[in-house]
Design a protein around this ligand. Sequence first.
Ligand code: JD8
Length: 213
Amino acid sequence: MRIDVVSIFPDYLAPLDLSLVGKARAAGILDLRVHDLRDWTTDRHRTVDDTPFGGGAGMVMRPDVWGTALDEVLGLGAAATPASDAPVDSAQRPHLIIPTPSGTPFTQRIAEQLAGEQHLVFACGRYEGIDARVEEHYRASGVVVSEVSIGDYVLNGGEVAALVVIEAVARLLPGVVGNPESLVEESHGEAGLLEYPVYTKPPEWAAWACPRS
Ligand code: JD8
């Protein structure tokens, strides 16, 4: 699987160098590329935001900078494969994922669906968010686009949500979790999420005994 993440804070994704996801990358199971959105700016101040049309507080992320970046990462730019040769099977085509507070609540089921795809692209917004025309433009261009939320609370940007989704998806890829048995166990339907208590040595601790199985 290939995953691209575009953000103005690429270091926020550094935890993905660690642990199982880090090993999956080293093993070539996961091709994860993190990009700095400012690399696609053209002005010397590397500007990515501007004041909101219609007034209001805060700043909004510019569609033109995001467009240039996503065209390249989605492989849609000039150098892209002509539409006629574009893979028909949606699992082959890139899936643009935009974390946003108003997105579809992220679930284990969505993680399982995404784990079956070949190429995920995360657009991590900041400020008040990304100009809404970006999502409309790529939907209209036939790109599979999903807006997801990781919960009913407000974060400062999409990076933390991208971390959550990428970890939940990556650990489902064959060869990432050491003992796939544990994946089967935990995936026994919705109930699977409700983990059961776990115990290990010593059998006696602080006058607490492990329940006899
Ligand atoms: C993307 C900008 C900050 C949000 C003004 C604070 C997801 N479950 C979630 N909560 N918050 C986000 C999220 C927040 C984001 C962005 C995702 C881009 N912000 C904005 C609107 C109010 N600031 C999220 N997934």
